[in-house]
Write a new protein. Structure first.
Length: 223
């Protein structure tokens, strides 16, 4: 009986130890899984639509959850600042996740491109400036593909053309306004009337030619 009792006690002790060991292993494996999931989530980027803006989100150091990405580097902060989508369909972007920042850059580029293109082709200086803003945002995305870099380079060339055309138009208006002001001064009875007449006689022919050349460059030669 004593031997049988000892065997029973030994069996129960062994079974308890085995269960404890299995529980410890399961607990340890669970901890490893949580750690690995936390590390993966911390490296994961997603995109969320908030109040009409596409916001870059970065995973917390936890198995789940994300917060707006706010890098300490000012250049990166500008690159990944919220983007006002202005009617663009970003549903596909909000359904993706990115484990590398380069992947995120390549996904953001088409959106910035689509926002920039119609604006840099505008005749309104304010819209051209908006388009240039989006292109400069795209320039800060270091992970874009070579093809995207070539597209960006072409767009920057285009915006340089549109800006040059706008400056020519601004110059034409300045010349026209200056001639108008000189004519008003020349026809007045002020003490500057004589000087205005002399200036008008001197510059008027060349200024008219310049104004016409600028008008032709902007409205006829530009496509």
């Amino acid at each position: 009986m004593n031997a049988a009792g000892q065997q029973g006690f030994g069996y129960r002790a062994k079974r308890t130890f085995t269960r404890l060991l299995v529980f410890t292993l399961i607990l340890g494996l669970g901890g490893v899984v949580v750690f690995l999931l936390s590390q993966l989530n911390a490296r994961t980027f997603t995109l969320a639509l908030m109040d009409g803006q596409l916001v870059v989100m970065k995973g917390r150091t936890a198995p789940a959850g994300a917060v707006p990405y706010r890098p300490g580097d000012p250049r990166l902060a500008d690159a990944y600042a919220p983007i006002t989508v202005e009617g663009q369909d970003v549903t596909a972007l909000t359904q993706r996740s990115f484990t590398e920042r380069d992947e995120l850059d390549r996904a953001l580029f088409p959106l910035l491109e689509s926002l920039a293109r119609p604006r840099i082709a505008s005749d309104e200086p304010a819209r051209v400036d908006q388009g240039l803003y989006y292109l400069r945002r795209a320039e800060k995305l270091s992970g874009i593909t070579e093809e995207q870099r070539l597209t960006l380079k072409k767009l920057m060339t285009d915006v340089a053309y549109y800006q040059a055309r706008q400056k020519l138009e601004d110059a034409r208006r300045l010349v026209s306004d200056a001639l108008t002001q000189l004519k008003l001064a020349a026809e007045s009875e002020s003490r500057h009337a004589r000087s205005a007449n002399q200036m008008l006689s001197t510059v008027s022919p060349s200024a008219r030619d310049l104004e016409e050349a600028l008008r032709r460059a902007v409205h006829t030669l530009s496509g």
